[in-house]
Design a protein around this ligand. Structure first.
Ligand code: ATP
Ligand code: MG
Length: 396
C-alpha cells in the first residue's frame, strides 16, 4: 500500500498543502520548523486517529482555524481509496471514504496502515505503562479494525463506571448507600468489553513476540534477549503471588488470557473483591486500563535498568516488529504498511542506522524527515527531496 496524494487544509502550520507521493523512499529534508513532521504526522493520524507527538487533538488544527482536514488517496493492489478526516477542535471528528460520509468515524481505521518511528518512541521503553498499552491497542486496531469498537466501548464504560464509583463514594460519605445495583450493571459491561480487549491484546502480543526478539537481535549489538510479558491486573488481583513468577511462568499464565469468557468471569470476581476499595478511591482498579506490557532485556525489566542505547534498540525493535507483523497479514485486514521515519536517524548510531536502512530499503513506501541531509543514510540517498517546496504544488 502507498499514499499517492495528500491534501491538508488548516492542519498544523498548513493553510493548504497538496502533495503527490511515489512508492519507494521519499526523504523530506529542510530546516527546523519547516513543517516536515506536520506532513507525516497527518498520515499517522489518518491511520490511527492519534498523533505521535500530542495527546490532544487541539494542536493539530491550525492556530486560529475552527477545523482542519486531512485527505489522502491510498493505493492498494491497484485500487484507490480516498480518505478524509475533518478535525473539529473540541468535537468529534468526521470521516468520509470515497467522498461518502461514514456513519461512524472509526470505520476509517485500518484502511491506511502506517508504522511511525519517532524520537518519542523512547518513551515506549522509559515511560509510563499508558504509552505501551496505547502501542498495543493501536497495533491491534490496525490488525483487526473491528476491534476499534471494543476499545472505545471499554474506555467509555470505564469513564462511566468511574463516575458512578465517585458518586457512590460521595453518597456513602453523606450517609446514603449509593446505587450499588447500577454498579453491578456497569461491572458486567466492563468485564465483557475488558475481557475482549485483553484477549485481543494477548493474541497480538503472541504474534509480535518472535518479531520483537529477532528485531532486537538485529538492531542491537548486545547479547541479551528482548522479551515482553503481559501483566494483567486481573491476574494480580486473583493471585497476587504471580508477581514473583519468573518470565517463563508469566508467559505460560498469559495464554489463559486469550480465553475471553474465562477472563470475563475473573474480572467480575476481581471487581467484586475490590468493590469497597474502588468505592473508597472512586476509580476502577482492575481491567485492561491497569495492565502492563512489560519489556525485558535478559533477566531485567527494561524500564529503570536498560541503558540509553539499549532502550533505543528496544524501541526500534517494537516498531520493526509491528511492521513485520502487519506485513505478515494473516489477520482481518491486510496490506503492507507505509513506514514513517520522523527524525529518527539523528538519534541513532551508525550500526542502528544501517540496520534500520536495510529494512526500510525494501518497504513499499517510506517517508523520512530529517533536518540534516547527512543524517539520512547513504543507502537511502537517491530519493532525497532537498527542497520541500518542490513536492508541494501549492502551499499557502
Ligand atoms: N496548530 C498549529 N497552528 C499553527 N502552526 C503550528 C501548529 N502546530 C505546529 N505549528 C508550527 O509548525 C512548525 C513545526 O513544524 P514541524 O514540527 O513539522 O517542523 P519540522 O520541519 O519537522 O522541524 P524539525 O526539523 O525541527 O523537526 C512550528 O513552527 C510550529 O509553530
Ligand atoms: Mg520534525
Amino acid at each position: 500500500m502507498y499514499v499517492s496524494d495528500l491534501a491538508l487544509t488548516d492542519f498544523r502550520s498548513y493553510r493548504e498543502a497538496l502533495l503527490s507521493l511515489d512508492p519507494g523512499i521519499t526523504a523530506f529534508v529542510g530546516p527546523n520548523g519547516q513543517g516536515k513532521t506536520n506532513l507525516v504526522e497527518s498520515l499517522g493520524y489518518l491511520s490511527t486517529f492519534s498523533s505521535h507527538r500530542v495527546a490532544s487533538d487541539a494542536a493539530l488544527v491550525r492556530h486560529g482555524a475552527a477545523r482542519g482536514i486531512i485527505q489522502a488517496k491510498v493505493m492498494r493492489d491497484g485500487r484507490a481509496s480516498v480518505l478524509e478526516l475533518e478535525l473539529v477542535a473540541g468535537k468529534a471528528n468526521r470521516a468520509r471514504l470515497n467522498r461518502a460520509p461514514l456513519p461512524r468515524t472509526r470505520e476509517l481505521l485500518g484502511i491506511l496502515r502506517t508504522v511511525v518511528f519517532a524520537p518519542e518512541d523512547l518513551s515506549l521503553v522509559k515511560g509510563d505503562p499508558d504509552g505501551r498499552r496505547r502501542f498495543l491497542d493501536e497495533l491491534l486496531v490496525l490488525l483487526s479494525p473491528k476491534l476499534a469498537g471494543v476499545r472505545s466501548d471499554y474506555e467509555r464504560v470505564v469513564r462511566q463506571r468511574n463516575a458512578l464509583l465517585k458518586s457512590a463514594a460521595g453518597a456513602r460519605k453523606s450517609g446514603a448507600s449509593g446505587d450499588l445495583r447500577t454498579l453491578d450493571v456497569w461491572d458486567e459491561k466492563a468485564a465483557k468489553a475488558g475481557a475482549e480487549l485483553i484477549a485481543a491484546r494477548v493474541r497480538v502480543l503472541h504474534g509480535l513476540r518472535p518479531h520483537i526478539e529477532s528485531a532486537y537481535e538485529r538492531v542491537s549489538s548486545q547479547q541479551s534477549v528482548a522479551s515482553v510479558i503481559y501483566r494483567a491486573s486481573v491476574q494480580q488481583v486473583m493471585s497476587p503471588e504471580r508477581a514473583e513468577l519468573d518470565g517463563a511462568s508469566q508467559e505460560e499464565g498469559e495464554s489463559t488470557l486469550t480465553n475471553a469468557d474465562l477472563v470475563e468471569a475473573q474480572l467480575l470476581e476481581a471487581m467484586s473483591r475490590l468493590r469497597p476499595k474502588e468505592i473508597e478511591r472512586g476509580v476502577s482498579l482492575v481491567g485492561p486500563h491497569r495492565d502492563e506490557l512489560e519489556l525485558r532485556l535478559g533477566e531485567l525489566p527494561a524500564k529503570g535498568y536498560a541503558s540509553h542505547g539499549e532502550s533505543w534498540s528496544l524501541a526500534l525493535a517494537l516498531r520493526l516488529a509491528s511492521y513485520e507483523l502487519l506485513k505478515a497479514d494473516d489477520w482481518d485486514a491486510d496490506g503492507e504498511p507505509v513506514l514513517i521515519l520522523d527524525d529518527v536517524f539523528a538519534e541513532l548510531d551508525t550500526r542502528r542506522r544501517r540496520r534500520l536502512s536495510e529494512v526500510v530499503a525494501n518497504a513499499q513506501q517510506v517517508l523520512i524527515t530529517s533536518a540534516v541531509a547527512e543524517d539520512v543514510p547513504e543507502e537511502l540517498d537517491g530519493a532525497r527531496v532537498d527542497v520541500m517546496d518542490s513536492v508541494i504544488t501549492r502551499v499557502r
